[in-house]
Design a protein around this ligand. Structure first.
Ligand code: ADP
Ligand code: MG
Length: 205
């Protein structure tokens, strides 16, 4: 999952920098690329059999944080740490465990950055994505369908940031000038959630 996501983020590195160049400082693609490459590399070095999911997520968190100086560093590091806590003491992850980890990622980002939806951040993609996945699960959807719902909600949430004024992060200094542009963190969240979904569809029997 980490490798696949790192690959997709790398493909979108320049586009994410361009988006951040419009309403931020232009480094978001570099930050996300560095973070996911580092996390993926660190995770690949772990012993596949010995490393419990919690340890794996914590390893990813440390690597991501060390590799990234931008705001997205602590936000994703917290996401991974919370995912690790959500699956504590598990050796393998059931579909529900995986969804718990996914929801914990969104909650971790929200707790760390204190953003609510509507403030033009990655939370505008992550929050509705996590909510849509859990709602789909509640109505009996399988994990692929849950992540499909998450992807759709993330895309809609990202698109909605176009009409928002930023209340958190660097672009909050721009006021109305941020209007008309999507948030780079929301755009990268869509890529990450799409990759997680693609991974699950690939490995879900
Ligand atoms: P920086 O702004 O430090 O250069 P990045 O370019 O890596 O960091 O990331 C910018 C993105 O981080 C924004 O587009 C936004 O989605 C997200 N972000 C910034 N502050 C917050 C916050 N408090 N909560 C959630 N997301 C945030
Ligand atoms: Mg930036």
């Amino acid at each position: 999952m980490f490798s696949l996501t790192a690959e997709e983020v790398a493909k979108n590195r320049d586009r994410l920098c361009e988006l951040d160049g419009v309403i931020g400082d232009g480094d978001h693609g570099l930050a996300m690329d560095a973070g996911w490459q580092a996390a993926s590399k660190a995770v690949l070095q772990l012993d596949e059999v010995e490393a419990a999911p919690t340890f794996l997520f914590n390893t990813a968190a440390k690597a991501f944080l060390n590799a990234v100086g931008a705001s997205s560093g602590p936000l994703y590091a917290t996401a991974f740490m919370r995912a690790g806590t959500a699956v504590k003491d598990k050796h393998t992850l059931s579909d529900d465990d995986f969804l718990d980890a996914f929801r914990a990622m969104a909650q971790g980002i929200q707790d760390r950055g204190k953003a609510e939806t509507g403030e033009k951040t990655m939370i505008d993609a992550w929050r509705p994505a996590a909510d849509a996945a859990m709602e789909a699960r509640r109505t009996g959807a399988n994990i692929s369908a849950c992540l499909d719902a998450a992807v759709r909600a993330a895309r809609d949430g990202c698109e909605a940031t176009r009409d928002m004024v930023a209340a958190k992060g660097r672009s909050s200094r721009l006021g109305d000038r941020a209007l008309g542009h999507i948030d780079p963190g929301a755009a990268s969240a869509v890529i990450v959630i799409e990759a997680i979904s693609a991974f699950l569809t690939r490995y879900d029997g």
